[in-house]
Write a protein that binds this ligand. Structure first.
Ligand code: SF4
Length: 453
């Protein structure tokens, strides 16, 4: 989709511009030194844009200093302030950053009041040439929209169009839009609706793509590639974030792979895969690869078949061939068991078949008050025997519960070595000591499964 061009600091996105890759710091914003270091690290490995959390007014001055320090040290990477609830904070920080990411529906429970707050932000952003990202997440849409359309992909697109129309009414076009979900099907459907509605209204703004709370490891890489590549291959998306519960710099090679593979939204489907042949018959694909590494093979397979699985063009996939291991030695894909494993992961990532629990985990940010990465690993290790459950591990009590829309169970760090446990977004237990929390979660899931039998 040919969109308007939006300027974020020294970067332009949209139109025929290359797809920009971005990530987000997971440091405390008040720890200026560590945040500056992390911004430099992600810029050095190729991030075009970096986002930093601003949970309250107290982070406004630190982010100003962080940006200033980076500029003094020769780093021009645009800085985005991540705001969730407080319009007052957005108004304060907007003059000092290149973009403000908001979920305007969160500014106030009353939709009309939220609109008044949003209008104030538009005025400040116009004055300071600051872009806005309208960032809506599945699970945190306002009541006014879910009462009308449910908590659906269509509701996400409708909500975004309402806020976009407000920008147009205020003659403000320095806007990027995102509609994220951890569910690849919902995510793809939402962005497709958004593209159609933007075209219908003749207001095509740049789109930021991402599968939110994708987790870590192979599963997160596969889920992200399925969702993002499906849309990029259709010419939807101008900037992307691969959201991992890992160090932010780990996100960049995957995002760069996707950005390079699909080049610009106007020239999608550049040949990039290590697939050497494919036969598709009666819903089954047999694909052969000759890949330079396991990492590349995983990304290739997810991008080659993600869209076909999501759109139900195929129901089965058989992956063969070889890849080079870390010593440069060729390994057989079928002989090493990697083929079957990748098929399971692809089917689960595209929501076609579940062979293990579905895990949702946010990447963590400056709001996270516990060791999210270790806790997520521990939850995965100890719950992998369950089937047909979605388990979320979230970094903070403020946004975590609202953002785990798809989860059956939520494990949310409160800080102070305490955890809250949720069932379907309803708080069941709070202040559980961290060293008892996984046992408690397992016990609750087991009891629930027994009651269902
Ligand atoms: Fe940060 Fe995770 Fe909380 Fe979102 S849910 S604000 S990523 S800690």
């Amino acid at each position: 989709m040919n969109t308007r061009i939006v300027k974020i600091g020294n970067i332009e996105i949209g139109g025929f511009k290359p797809i920009a890759v971005q990530t987000m710091c997971n440091t405390f914003t008040t720890d200026i030194e560590k945040t500056v270091e992390q911004c430099k690290r992600v810029a050095d490995v190729g991030s075009d844009i970096v986002r930093i959390t601003v949970p309250s007014i107290k982070e406004v001055e630190p982010i100003r200093i962080i940006r200033e320090t980076l500029r003094k040290d020769g780093y021009t990477i645009p800085i985005v302030a991540d705001i969730h609830f407080s319009c007052a904070t957005a108004l304060k920080v907007a003059p000092f950053v290149d973009k403000v990411r908001i979920n305007p529906g969160n500014f106030h429970r009353d939709h009309n009041k939220a609109k008044e707050e949003f209008a104030k932000l538009v005025v400040i952003c116009r004055e300071h040439n600051t872009a806005i990202r309208i960032g809506l997440n599945h699970g945190s849409l306002g009541d006014y929209i879910t009462n009308l359309y449910g908590n659906s992909a269509l509701a996400m697109a409708k909500a975004a169009m309402d806020w976009i129309q407000m920008c147009v009414d205020n003659d403000f076009y320095n806007v990027v839009v995102s509609l994220k979900s951890s569910n690849t099907l919902v995510m793809v459907e939402a962005y497709r609706h958004l593209e159609a509605k933007m075209k219908e209204a003749d207001i095509c703004l740049p789109i930021h793509l991402g599968v939110t709370e994708a987790g870590n490891g192979d599963s997160a890489r596969i889920k992200s590639c399925i969702g993002i590549s499906t849309l990029l291959s259709e010419g939807i998306g101008n900037t992307i974030r691969v959201s991992l519960t890992e160090a932010p710099e780990n996100e960049i090679p995957i995002a760069s792979y996707l950005a390079n593979r699909y080049a610009t939204p106007q020239s999608p489907n550049k040949i990039y895969s290590s697939m050497t042949s494919v036969e598709i018959s009666q819903g089954k694909a047999i694909a052969t690869y000759d890949s330079t590494s396991r990492d590349k093979l995983i990304l290739d397979v997810a991008c080659d078949f993600g869209k076909r699985l999501l759109d139900k063009e195929i129901d089965e996939i058989d992956i063969k061939g070889s890849y080079l291991d870390e010593h440069g030695e060729p390994q057989s894909i079928e002989g090493s068991g990697l083929g079957e494993y990748l098929e399971d992961e692809l089917m689960q990532g595209a929501r076609r078949r579940f062979y293990k629990p579905e895990y949702v985990a946010c990447p963590g940010c400056g709001r996270t008050l516990y060791n999210l990465e270790d806790s997520f690993e521990e939850v995965k290790r100890r719950t992998k025997h369950f089937k047909d459950v979605v388990i979320a591990v979230m970094g903070c009590i403020v946004n975590g519960p609202g953002e785990m829309a798809d989860a059956d169970w939520g494990y949310v760090g409160e800080g102070n070595k305490k955890v809250s446990i949720y069932k379907k977004q309803e708080l069941l237990l709070k202040h559980i000591p961290e060293d008892e929390a996984v046992d408690t979660l397992i016990h609750l899931i087991e009891e629930d499964l027994k009651n269902k039998q």
